[in-house]
Design a protein around this ligand. Structure first.
Ligand SMILES: Cc1ncc(COP(=O)(O)O)c(C=O)c1O
Length: 437
């Protein structure tokens, strides 16, 4: 398998910021003592087997099995604890839930449909269904989480949002919510990503947000997270950190999954209608931090459906399966022999991240989900295939999931495969013009 990944040596350049967030905070012991949640640590599922209890709540300390936790500097511990309390209270409050549902329906355009792909299915020899998160307002699944967090931030009395972004989709969604709720918003974005996602940078500015360049390390998503967290430390009283994926310290991995659960809940209901009460054989999603995958998996974790997360070959955290601590939680991440975080490499800015959310690490470790790497070349092929066969220009991130289906078509013959189309490709068209000449 390792032959599929770029040479480790090329990533070995030390990342200046890694140490800051890698270092366990003084009171980490409190969070380390956490008992792994019973379900997660005991259950080992053959992939595809129904295992009740998967994707349930983490332990009180924010652990999914041996992964997760809250590894943050001392100054952030009260902020994470405050957020944990606020989320628990809001999520149990029918008024908050109703307000969020109303926004998701009348502002974001949910439910997103499922599209059956006759042409593509014929070409690949399996039935491909697309969950159309690309049709949401702002063009991806990111709006689900952001509307939830912005509502929560307002409920907590915060007046500012800070966020990181890779492809710009989470940044655009956060800027959108900030405009809607009349909040100040600062988005950190790696200099490299600012270059390849110009359109989204312009959209964020148009929406009234400030975009700040993260110039350290690989100048991509990992570095933007470092900068956003630093900013949060310095302004925690007034500011909510609107983290864009199922990563970071507790409660983020859990909270962001819950805000994206709507994808899986809708899809399970829609599939039951389409498949005579049945479920798809396989559910596939791309994985950066893992929020769109967590969202759709959560609707099928207790069924017989096989769950497949697709990583870029140059950012395959699960492929390497080395646990470590990055950005506030324990999970699988790409690191060198000194524990320094390695730089990911992917054609898609949204997947250019060396880690994966802790719940995915647990799903991989327990065998409930499997994670497969695809190369940039396979992604470019898949991007074109969907445009040509179905008239849908997908985000490069989501094209990873299709690239795996193309590769695995023999294994998938005759099966029903549900693909979470996490975003639309407008943002990637300029980059693909360059790639395809
Ligand atoms: C369209 C799209 N899909 C997927 C991702 C990856 O994020 P996650 O793994 O959290 O879904 C991104 C990130 O920017 C994205 O823009």
């Amino acid at each position: 398998m390792s032959a599929e990944y770029p040479n480790v040596a090329t990533w070995n350049a030390a990342t200046p910021n890694a140490a800051t967030w890698n270092a366990a905070a003084p009171n980490v012991a409190t969070w380390n003592a956490a008992a792994p949640s019973a379900v997660a640590s005991n259950a080992v599922a053959p992939n595809g087997g129904a295992q009740p209890g998967f994707m349930a709540d983490p332990s009180a300390e924010g652990r999914f099995g041996e992964f997760g936790g809250m590894y943050v500097p001392e100054t952030l511990v009260p902020a994470c604890q405050e957020l944990d309390r606020a989320f628990r209270s809001a999520w149990a409050d029918p008024t908050f839930r109703a307000e969020l549902t109303d926004l998701l329906t009348h502002y974001a355009g949910r439910p997103s449909p499922i599209t059956g792909c006759d042409n593509l299915s014929e070409e690949l020899g399996c039935t491909v269904l697309l969950k159309r998160e690309d049709l949401n307002h702002t063009g991806s699944h990111k709006i689900n989480n952001v509307l939830g967090q912005a509502l929560l931030a307002r409920r907590m009395g915060k007046t500012r949002l800070v966020a990181e972004t890779g492809a710009g989709q989470h940044g655009v969604a956060t800027a959108t919510a900030a405009a809607l709720f009349d909040m100040e918003c600062i988005v950190y974005m790696g200099t490299v990503d600012i270059g390849r996602q110009e359109l989204n940078v312009f959209r964020m500015k148009l929406l009234g947000s400030e975009v700040r360049a993260a110039k350290s390390g690989s100048q991509t998503l990992k570095d933007a997270v470092n900068e956003a967290m630093r900013h949060w430390v310095s302004a925690v009283e007034s500011t909510h950190y609107c983290l864009g994926s199922v990563m970071g310290p507790h409660p983020y991995p859990w909270m962001v999954r819950e805000f994206n659960r709507v994808i899986g809940d809708e899809a399970a209901q829609q599939c039951a209608g389409l498949l005579d009460g049945g479920t798809p054989d396989v559910v596939v999603a791309c994985v950066g931090g893992g929020s769109n995958a967590a969202g759709i998996f959560s609707g099928f974790a207790d069924t017989d459906a096989e769950l497949v997360g697709v990583e870029p070959a140059g950012g395959a955290a699960v492929g390497r399966a080395v646990p470590g601590i990055v950005h506030g939680s324990r999970s699988y991440l790409m690191q060198d022999e000194w524990g320094q975080v390695l730089e990911a490499q992917s054609i898609s800015a949204g997947l250019d991240y060396p880690g994966i959310g802790p719940e995915h690490a647990n799903l991989a470790a327990t065998g409930r989900a499997r994670y497969e790497p695809v190369t940039d070349a396979e992604v470019v092929e898949a991007f074109q295939l969907l445009a040509r066969t179905e008239g849908i220009i997908t985000a490069l991130e989501s094209a990873h999931a299709l690239a795996w289906i193309v590769r695995a078509q023999d294994e998938l013959a005759g099966k029903t495969v549900l693909l979470n189309l996490s975003g639309r490709g407008d943002k990637d068209v300029a980059q693909m013009m360059d790639v395809l000449g």
